[in-house]
Design a binder for this molecule. Structure first.
Ligand code: PLP
Length: 421
């Protein structure tokens, strides 16, 4: 077989089913290009993309700032290795430390690698404190419904059993507590703990925010022993919630944060940022990566940050996000099928009462050429490009309204259960 521009979706499906490790369940859609907030399939049909490649394509598709950074960088340098200097590392680190309020950066290539670095830093920090005579253990506290990635370390702090249990033993010494259960957090904490790990706004777990009180208590507990507070901002960071980091909606600064998904608009990159105090525990050779911080990825990340600033996209995310949330809430007052609307900025979850209905609505939205996804069974998740406008929101709300109205008339639930067969 050879793949050409004429190769059909069905042919690709057949080929992938025997060529690829079967890790993904894909939607039967084949995209060939994208522009702005739209993806185009092989028949030339445009889809409104409210998922942006799982929160990655924050500047949408075919963005001139990203295209130009890639071209410029390709003509200069793509890779040098971490044995040498290039200017981009300093330039991006200056921006990221300013945006996050943290002191130092470690660059890597994905979210899970950034999180892995955060876990290793917490262990190294505890080891350093022990060498200074303090009593501190190796345990992590993580939250129920968390998602932190898929390596043996990262997945150990990820709550979902399906992701963890086939690979046992994963990294030991992790306990999970229910999010926002301050008593459970206090009870789980002791000087055996080297880090408290959380997403201030859980993504995969269904768009669940932590409370002010919970985050404040987590900070105080860490301060009482020298354990590190690790905030995973891989999904919620880089402006997604209307601030550079979601923890900036609270009055707490973590010791460590992780960034990845939208950092370079789809070019793989991740970053772990930390305080000077925690960074003392790392010396040359202890940790590293071949590709991390390479000139191409770094150059694009700089362009993404500069474009978010130039186009005032944080303000835009706030205003269009508030509009989206308000429209969804008025939809909720109309449709009993909606359980809750949650989120901040352009990280939004619409929880329905039934997983089947959520699945059907998602399928029907795709048929109307609007892309979103479903997480935690019952939650429809929106992570659109920062460039969407109220016009795109109105289009989405109208489609959802129509679908949920049909559902009440129940023709739609009948149709979709037949189609599922
Ligand atoms: C996506 C995600 C990760 C993992 O990132 P990858 O780039 O897929 O490895 C970790 N934490 C959170 C909160 C995420 O959303």
């Amino acid at each position: 077989m050879s793949v050409t521009n004429e190769t059909t979706l069905a042919e690709l499906q057949a080929a992938e089913s025997r060529l690829l490790l079967q890790t993904y369940e894909r939607y039967p859609l084949l995209f060939v290009s994208g522009n702005g907030v739209h993806l185009r399939d092989e028949h030339g049909t445009d889809y409104l993309d409210l998922l942006s490649g799982i929160g990655v394509c924050a500047l949408g598709y075919n963005h001139p700032a990203i295209n130009s950074a890639i071209t410029t960088q390709a003509h200069q340098l793509i890779h040098t290795s971490n044995l040498f200097y290039h200017r981009g590392t300093t330039e991006l680190a200056l921006r990221l430390t300013e945006l996050t309020g943290l002191d130092r950066v470690f660059f890597c290539n994905s979210g899970t690698e950034a999180w892995e670095a955060a876990l290793k830093l917490a262990r190294a920090n505890a080891e350093m404190l022990r060498s200074e005579g303090k009593h501190i253990g190796t345990r992590f506290i993580a939250l129920e419904n968390s998602f932190h990635g898929r390596t043996i370390g990262s997945v150990a702090t990820t709550h979902k059993a399906k992701y963890r249990e086939p690979f046992m033993p994963v990294m030991p010494d992790v306990v999970f507590v229910p999010a926002n259960d301050v008593a459970a957090l206090r009870a789980a904490f002791s000087n055996e703990v080297c880090g408290i790990a959380l997403e201030v706004l859980q993504g995969e777990g269904g768009i669940n925010p932590v409370t002010d009180e919970f985050l404040t208590v987590a900070r105080e507990l860490c301060d009482s022993t020298g354990a590190l507070l690790l905030c995973d901002e891989i999904q919620s960071g880089m402006g997604r919630t209307g601030k550079w980091c979601a923890y900036q909606h609270y009055s707490v600064l973590p010791d460590v944060t992780t960034l990845a998904k939208p950092m370079a608009g789809g070019v793989p990159i991740g970053a772990m940022l930390c305080t000077d105090a925690a960074a003392r525990s790392i010396t040359p050779g202890m940790h590293g990566t071949t590709f991390g911080g390479n000139p191409l990825a770094v150059g694009v990340a700089i362009a993404v940050i500069d474009e978010i600033k130039r186009a005032h996209l944080l303000d835009h995310v706030n205003s269009v996000g508030n509009y989206f949330l308000a429209q969804l809430r008025s939809l909720q007052s109309k449709h009993d099928a909606i359980k809750e609307v949650r989120g901040k900025g352009l990280m939004i979850g619409l929880e329905l009462h039934s997983a089947d209905l959520a699945k059907s609505v998602l399928g029907e939205m795709l048929k109307r050429h609007i892309i979103l996804n479903r997480t935690h069974e019952t939650v429809l998740r929106f992570l659109p490009p920062y460039l969407i406008t109220t016009h795109h929101v109105d289009q989405t709300i109208a489609a959802l309204d129509e679908l949920l109205t049909q559902h009440i008339g129940s023709q739609f639930s009948v149709v979709s259960s037949q189609e599922r067969k």
